[in-house]
Design a protein around this ligand. Structure first.
Ligand code: SF4
Ligand code: SF4
Length: 178
């Protein structure tokens, strides 16, 4: 979630924290990982050659009102991330109203995916949309679903595609796309 000047927009959105756009939030070199743990964040460490601390999304620091519970100590990635809609709004390329419409659209599309995931039988709201969709995909590929679930998966694939298209067009920045 970005800096204070875009507060109104971010507080109507939360897509970069709630598992709609990202699966994880990584901690950077100077970040206070122990402090985050002490604030109750379930920090994990990757098994990569150079281990990286991260928390899974939806981030447990995200409150119901879309505020960040650890805003002052949030990881550097959260401090520096500004999605495309945010940037366009801050630079005056689009009005705040237009930006709010875009985040509303993004939230609607993400909710549609979540609805279909539930219909498909996945009620794991603690995992990101991406993790849940890939899990559903593996079930289908293993032939473990009947015809009705297959139909739901077809709708789910379409809804996921639409969310992905919007995310790439309006939310991810060049660095996030790489
Ligand atoms: S996705 Fe953009 S508008 Fe939404 S909370 Fe994150 S930075 Fe703010
Ligand atoms: S730490 Fe705060 S800003 Fe970062 S993902 Fe979690 S809720 Fe969002």
């Amino acid at each position: 979630m970005a800096e204070k000047s875009g507060e109104q927009l971010c507080l109507a959105c939360g897509l970069c924290c709630d598992g709609s756009l990202f699966d994880n939030v990584r901690f950077g070199p100077g970040d206070d990982v122990e402090g985050a743990k002490a604030r109750g964040l379930p920090v994990k460490v990757s098994r990569a050659k150079v281990p990286v601390a991260f928390v899974r999304q939806p981030c447990s620091a995200l409150c119901g009102d879309l505020k960040c519970r650890i805003y002052a100590e949030r990881p550097s990635h959260c401090r520096s991330f500004e999605c495309g809609v945010f940037k366009e709004s801050q630079s005056g390329q689009i009005t705040l109203e237009a930006a709010l419409r875009q985040v509303k659209r993004g939230r609607r599309k993400a909710e549609k995916v979540r609805e279909l995931l539930r219909k498909f039988g996945d009620t794991d709201e603690r995992s990101s949309i991406g993790v849940r969709f890939r899990r559903a995909q593996r079930r289908v590929e293993s032939g473990l679903v009947d015809g009705a679930a297959g139909d739901v998966f077809a709708d789910l694939g379409l809804a996921m595609h639409e969310l992905d298209m919007l995310a790439h067009r309006r939310f991810y920045t060049r660095e996030d796309n790489s």
